[in-house]
Structures are given as C-alpha cells and as structure tokens.
Design a protein around this ligand. Structure first.
Ligand code: SAM
Length: 239
C-alpha cells in the first residue's frame, strides 16, 4: 500500500499540504511506536496499515474542524502515544503544541519522539489534567484543546474546558455513541463555560471507523470551583 498517497489525500481533504519530509517523520514515528510497544503498552494497533489509518489519518482528520488551521496553541489531553497531538504537529509544524498524560512511561516515549524527529515548539507534561488547569500559565490560555479516547464527554469536559481561552475551542474526538454522550454531558459543558457548536462526522476510506468531532466553543469563564480535585470528575461526573 502506498502510505504517502493515502496520507497525502487525507491532508488534501482537510486542505493541508503534505510533503516528503512530513511523511518520513510519520514513518520514523511509526517505527518508534512499534519498537517501544514491545517494552511498554502504547497501543493495541501494531500493523502498519492499521496504524496509518486508525492513528495517523484519524488524527489528521481533526482538521475537518477548519479553525484548527489557525490555532497558535494546542494542548492534547490524555495524549497516550501522541494521538492526535503528534500527527497535528507533523502536518502543522508552526503550532505551539503541549502533550499531557498522567502515565510517565508514555511521556518518556514522547520526549524521545520529540528528540529523534527534531520537533520544535512542543513540550510534554506528566500529570493529571485536573492539576495543571489550575496553574495560571495554563488556565484559560490555550486556543484549542483536543482529546481522543480518554473519558466520556461529561468527565472530559471538566478535564479540558478549563484550559480553553474564551472564544477558543475544545474538540473532542468521539466514537459512534456521540448522541448519548452529548445528552449526558451537555449540562457539564455549560457549567464549565462551553457551548456545543457542531458535530462533524469523520470518514476514513476502507475503514470501519465511525468517528465524530464534538466542537465546543468557550463562551464564558470556567467557574473557579472547577476542575474539582483530581479523580472527582470521574467519580461524580457533573450533571
Ligand atoms: N489519546 C490517545 C489515543 O487516542 O490513542 C490515548 C488514549 S488512552 C485510551 C487514554 C490516555 O489518557 C492514557 O494514556 C491515560 O494515561 C490518559 N489519562 C486518563 N485520565 C487522565 C487524566 N486525568 N489526566 C491526564 N491523562 C489522563
């Protein structure tokens, strides 16, 4: 399979340029995931074609939310092995990217990726999302917060919305149960200062993925009471 070709057409579909240099970095990243996955648990997907489609192209398709192309700062909450944050950085190198995860082994891996791929204006944070959004330098200071496969929308909103600037966005990458999650999470979104603006369907050729982007705009300040102590959002989701 011609991975350059399918990644190039995914980029074209979201009006982004793709080139040989980006492609080589994606392939280096893929090799590092496979190598490190033998020692630490990074992903259940290890086969090349699946990795390209279900991790790389799925992450690139977040640009279906077109204002992302204008973002100057992005934070990826619960980034794991770097999804969607690393692919976003590779196709939009001018963005200031922060990758946050509570699992240190994954952060060590990501630091190695950043070094090997010689990425600039990108940093990692090891910690709980709920702890960093209370710090002045992160609170309501990021243009767009992104997150994939971390928690349901009610919980995730408390982890993510406090980071977003007023007028900025939180884009949650969600699976097929999006309607249900919105029903249960929309009150949490509103309490935290967000407003659900759009749901964008994502299609990936020759794949059975059914993904949706939930686009939340930050319309007012997050009340000082949020996020609650680490772990509380999961135990007692906002209603
Ligand atoms: N976003 C990646 C992806 O789509 O492949 C990883 C998804 S993985 C299922 C969930 C990740 O979220 C894990 O790496 C976990 O350590 C992290 N995580 C869960 N709760 C978190 C929290 N409260 N703060 C920071 N990271 C968290």
């Amino acid at each position: 399979m011609d991975y350059f070709q399918i990644m190039n057409s995914a980029c074209l579909d979201v009006q982004l340029d793709f080139n040989e240099d980006m492609y080589n970095k994606f392939m280096q990243y893929k090799d590092m995931i496979k190598e490190w996955n033998e020692k630490i648990n990074l992903t259940a997907i290890t086969e090349d074609e699946q990795m390209v489609k279900k991790h790389f192209i799925d992450s690139i398709k977040i640009f279906k939310f077109s204002p992302l192309r204008e973002a100057k700062s992005i934070i990826d909450i619960g980034t794991g092995a770097g999804f969607p944050g690393i692919p976003i950085k590779l196709v939009k190198p001018d963005v200031d990217m922060t990758l946050l995860d509570s699992l240190n082994k994954r952060i060590i891996f990501l630091n190695e990726v950043i070094n090997k791929l010689e990425l600039k204006e990108i940093k990692t944070i090891h910690g709980r999302a709920e702890d960093f959004s209370r710090k002045i330098e992160y609170r309501q200071s990021i243009d767009v917060v992104v997150s994939r496969a971390v928690a349901n929308l009610a919980v995730l909103s408390e982890l993510c919305i406090p980071y977003v600037k007023i007028g900025g966005y939180f884009v949650a990458m969600k699976g097929p149960s999006v309607e249900e999650e919105i029903k249960e999470g929309k009150s949490a979104v509103s309490i935290l200062g967000g407003k659900i603006e759009d749901i964008i369907e994502i299609e990936i050729e020759d794949s059975n993925l059914n993904h949706n982007l939930v686009v939340i705009r930050k319309v007012k300040e997050t009340p000082k009471a949020y996020p609650r102590k680490a772990g509380t959002a999961t135990k007692k989701p906002l209603k």
